[in-house]
Write a protein that binds this ligand. Sequence first.
Ligand code: GLC
Length: 716
Amino acid sequence: MDCKKLLKKLTLKEKVMQITQLIPRMFDTDDTGALTGPIASLNISEEDLYNTGSVLNVYGAQKSISLQNRYLERNKHKIPMIIMQDVIHGYKTIYPIQLGLGASFNQEMVKECSSMAAKESSVDGVHLTFAPMVDLVRDARWGRVMESTGEDPYLNCVMSKAQVEGYQGDLGKYKVAGCVKHIAAYGASESGLDYNTVDMSERTLREYYLPAYKAAVDAGVEMVMTSFNTVEGIPSVGNKWLVDDVLRKEWGFNGVVISDFNAVRELITHGVAKDGKQAALMSINATTDIEMATTEYLQNVEQLIKEGKLSEKQIDDAVLRVLELKDKLGLFENPHKDTDVELAKEIVLCKEHRDLARKMAEESAVLLKNNGILPFNKNVKSVAVIGPHANTGNINGFWSYSADPKNTTTVLQGLKNYLGEDRVKYAFGCSAVLTDTDQSQIDEAVNLAKSCDAVILCVGEVETDSGEANSKSNIELTDLQYKLVERVVEANPNTAVALFTGRPLAIVKLNEIAPAILNMWMPGTEGGPALTNLMFGEVSPSGRLSMTFPASTGQCPIYYNHYNTGRPAPNREITYGYCASYIDGPTYPLYPFGYGLTYSEFEYSPVKLSSANMTIDGSITASVTVKNVGKRTAKEVVQMYIRDVYASVVRPVKELKGYKKIELAPNESQTVEFTITKEQLEFYGRDLVKRAEAGTFYVFIGKDSDVSEYAEFELV
Ligand code: GLC
């Protein structure tokens, strides 16, 4: 399509509607066929409506086809809409939440899953997904940590690239356009309170929060979504420095930028826009192309151009980017892209997809504790499966509304499929609802636990207690669930706890009580079979924490790559003294970033460096030999961290700069090598110039971020 030529045919109003995105309810028609819906609230005409450039969250191939057809019948220029949706970690076959994807340290599998989600959603009517979300997170009180791959910029960059490649590929068959979000630093919302203020130095923004968005841009992501929060006092949607200067001019992104839901209008609420007109002016000047769910652009652009505050060229630039995206998606040739009602019935939730979702859930789970009771013996005579997450399909996570929980293979069903109906007994025990205090079913659960050889106790968070607008001021397990855990473990010490959660929880007490804890995150459609395979040793757990588990809510935000301070806490004990330590509780986290157990044991040789010195344009190799000294084949995530011991600005005590996930049989060894170049040593100085500075560096290679042995080299 010659988009420039098409652009010339459009009136100003038609142009502005191309950069307006509406919700599908706007197209609801009543019996008379007259448009009702809430379009009146947005003060737009039927003609405007059928010039809308895109729509979000249309469900199902049939609806997508009929909406697009009805739209094109009425659209004068036959310009198809882009149909967009939040396909965050699966479409109808759901795989683990993103914290789990990060914890897998398996970007190849994550890419495969993104590709699967693209295939399912594209045949069911989706053209573009609002994913990947790559906001770096450090505060488990924030509900949307579940949507992030975690606290480390390097890991987030790896997973960001993998997902963009998986979703988009060549934008051909069974692919969808990606949309990286939410630029920028939404995960740093103060106090973990969603939509709250974000305020940090540009140096911190560039050092930690921006890299993963740039990784998506460098991977060719087609769209970028701005965040609700402020960046240096200006909300992202209207922040010209962030969107135009950094994203477009510095990074070279010339794709479409979309606001978040209602965010243009919220500039008024933030207090940076007097009215809708100023909000529209700010956002368009920032080069935010599409306004999601509101019509400030439509209501105000004409007047802003008349007043000389905006040029029509600015509108043309935005509209051209949208038309070119439609062209890349092939929508002018085929407005339905891959949508196919019959094919969707075959592809969606097919066995291949379920198997992949199960493998991803197995790969993402993190074994937090094991006193030796795991793996259970598959010849066990009877297993009690107990708890609020034992017999429910609601283990998919907050962003799974395109899926039906009825399609989830539950923990109970997974165990029955594996052990047979007779050997598996179920009791509810209690609920995980925050306000629930009903203990009436705990006795029954305790009696069942007593009567069985082994117990799998499924507790944690309700799946909708994390995700958007689900911030918590207390990230402990509920008292009611602790009552269940205490009594069940007392009744049968052969009890393993399966944790279902959308965030790190402060589970010090659970860690004391439970003989074993397997963190499943929110594992998705095949969470039940995945848990079964992990609990019975068909698969050895291999996930490693993508986000620190605090020892108390009061520690939040807490993360491994922190600065040393001038008075670091000397040890894990509660220290009364002039140092960075709490006097009323632990200062160190319960489980650190990168932590996770397996069903075997690995030994590491000391780190070897190819040289004690490195020149700025040279490189050195760091290597270790890892040996499986246990009894089972297992995977190990060999992690390399670097510390810049002194520099012109303070540097973190450790930074993940490489990892390799390897599988070793008992007694098998493997030498793992990492090449270090200046890229891994660079940081932003006080002058915001990226550089590596001469000096001493420590190289750690180990099983998690608590690794202490290192080798050192000089950058000369
Ligand atoms: C929501 C979220 C964003 C999502 C969008 C569309 O408010 O912030 O991540 O993509 O609206 O559903």
